[in-house]
Design a protein around this ligand. Structure first.
Ligand SMILES: O=P(O)(O)OC[C@H]1O[C@H](OP(=O)(O)OP(=O)(O)O)[C@H](O)[C@@H]1O
Ligand SMILES: NC(=O)CC[C@H](N)C(=O)O
Ligand code: SF4
Ligand SMILES: [Mg+2]
Length: 500
């Protein structure tokens, strides 16, 4: 998913950017990077968390009143620190760019760049393709007198040529700060503003939660196909959205985004409570009568509280999370994910002992977390364990910036609900209905127009077979190089369901 920020104001921005990136740490743990500009670009990036990469010594060097930052969760290329974002180029202007998403026609884009402009990307990070396409279009303009129309024109051509998901922020040296989204607006991007005695500070960020910390007012979303440019005099310019159907990632609402963010007018926490309430009908229809509802921390909490309220059963925190373990799902190897899940959650024995427990998580992806949790709840004395997923079964890969690119990894793509129930050793498994999810996010009930592809197999960018084939070959070869299989590894194939 990745988290991105861009700041432009009267004073140095590095300090604000560190806070902004820290608030977005849940979106990426592999690498972090920042690039500021005064008379030169100052770039600092490396593998690790925000706190590891930006030490006071580095921060001192990041001078300038305009800058962009990134926390990476790898979806293309390796975890090598050379692939951390931002990326910069010096022609036709100094450009520094970050993005969140995933380009799905990178072969075509790379071929065109090579044939038409003799440009060869240096790494396998898809960001380079967006940056060079934009730079190549820009250099066809009148460089001595670059206008906003020129910039938006280059954005539009980039949006026509590059397919996939990409929320981007770019510093155009000497000109201003630009943000644009892909034509479907798959990934979130928001604009905020803070007024200071010295003048306004503008900020772009993946999620609005950044603004709460830093005292910014939310201005607007950078929606499907939209571009926003803050020029050197701090005037804002908008390029209108595309007419293409919006396809905002619904999984942001279910799991990725922070609960305190408002995305497309919807507070994430509230949507999760609603998802929990929606599950009540299915839980009751399944004849499940739990003594208590617990959540899988962190992201299962709001759905669990919604379900408990709707079925009139007490909610308790039955599992405690070690907050220093990070998110298991965004660890890039299966062995690493299993290790995080093992060390991350511990049951409160006194609460669950002798109880029939309904445990709610936002989703079951590979089944790593659910299997472990059912086991530790039984060991802690729970008499029955019902595993409830606030998301429907994930049956198709995500190719838009979430690491679920191989259907072989997705437990629900390979096994029935009964088989999954046996594999995770639960007494019952209940999933959200896709129709209920779609109804909750229906267009007329808000800023709908969502992507549901991982649940429905319907991809907003059209036929993606070629890309899926390519990414699967690539992923398989990366994993084989990086990962030695463990006893419980499911990296090459989803787990074989076992009997009780
Ligand atoms: O079926 P799996 O492959 O285990 O994936 C699903 C789990 O991964 C996520 O948790 P994660 O630990 O990443 O983050 P969280 O602490 O925000 O819940 C998600 O919330 C599920 O618990
Ligand atoms: N999750 C993301 O947004 C990833 C961005 C980009 N594809 C990378 O791998 O760096
Ligand atoms: S496929 Fe799923 S995770 Fe990927 S963008 Fe669509 S809804 Fe989001
Ligand atoms: Mg979780």
């Amino acid at each position: 998913m990745c988290g991105i920020v861009g700041f432009f104001g009267p004073d140095d921005v590095a300090h604000d950017m560190v806070f902004g990136l820290t608030a977005l740490q849940h979106r990426g743990q592999d690498a972090a990077g920042m690039c500021t500009f005064d008379d030169n670009f100052h770039l600092c990036k490396g593998n690790g968390l925000v706190a590891d990469v930006f030490r006071p010594k580095q921060l001192k060097k990041l001078t300038g009143n305009i800058g962009i930052g990134h926390v990476r969760y790898t979806t293309q290329g390796s975890n090598d620190s050379a692939l951390a974002q931002p990326f910069t180029t010096s022609y036709p202007f100094g450009l520094a760019m970050v993005h969140n998403g995933n380009v799905i026609n990178f072969r075509e884009v790379a071929k065109r760049l090579h044939e038409k402009y003799h440009v060869l990307p240096k790494t396998s990070n898809d960001l380079e393709l967006i940056m060079y396409t934009f730079a190549s279009e820009l250099r066809l303009k009148n460089l001595d007198n670059l206008s906003v129309v020129d910039i938006f024109d280059a954005v539009e051509t980039t949006q026509e040529l590059v397919k996939g998901a990409y929320a981007t922020i770019t510093v155009i040296a000497g000109h201003g700060l630009l943000a644009f989204n892909d034509p479907h607006g798959i990934r979130p991007l928001v604009l905020g503003r803070r007024d200071t005695p010295e003048g306004p500070v503008f900020a772009f960020a993946s999620e609005s939660t950044c603004f709460d910390y830093l005292g910014f007012e939310f201005v607007q979303n950078v929606g499907p196909g939209q571009a926003v440019f803050i020029d050197k005099n701090f005037n804002i310019h908008f390029k209108n959205p595309y007419e293409l159907p919006k396809a905002f990632c619904v999984f942001e609402q279910i799991y990725f985004a922070r609960e305190d963010s408002t995305i497309h007018g919807r507070l994430v926490a509230r949507e999760r409570v609603r998802l929990g309430k929606l599950l009540a009908r299915k839980v009751m229809a399944a004849g499940i009568e739990p003594d208590m509802v617990i959540d899988v921390p962190s992201s299962g909490y709001f759905a669990a509280s919604g379900l408990a309220e709707a079925i009139g059963v007490p909610y308790r925190r039955g599992l405690v999370k070690n907050n220093h373990m990070g998110r298991s799902f965004i660890v890039s190897s299966q062995a690493g994910r299993e290790d995080v899940v093992k060390k991350k959650l511990n049951p409160i024995r006194e609460f669950v002992e002798g109880k029939k427990v309904a445990v709610v998580d936002d989703s079951i992806v590979r089944g790593t977390t659910s299997r472990r949790i059912v086991r530790i709840l039984r060991e802690a004395g729970a008499t029955e364990v019902y595993f409830i997923s606030s998301a429907p079964p994930i049956v198709s890969p995500c190719i838009y910036g979430i690491d679920m690119a191989m259907s072989t990894e997705l437990i629900a793509a390979n096994y029935t609900e009964e088989e999954i129930c046996r594999y995770i050793e639960a007494d019952r498994v209940v999933y959200q209905d896709l129709a209920d999810l779609q109804e909750l996010f229906a267009e007329e009930r808000g800023h709908g127009g969502n992507c549901f592809a991982c649940f429905s197999g319907q991809y907003p960018t059209g036929d993606v077979t070629k890309y899926l084939r390519h990414i699967q070959e690539e992923r398989e070869s990366h994993r084989q190089k990086q990962e030695r299989p463990t006893e419980t590894s499911v990296s090459a194939k989803a787990p074989a369901p076992t009997e009780h």
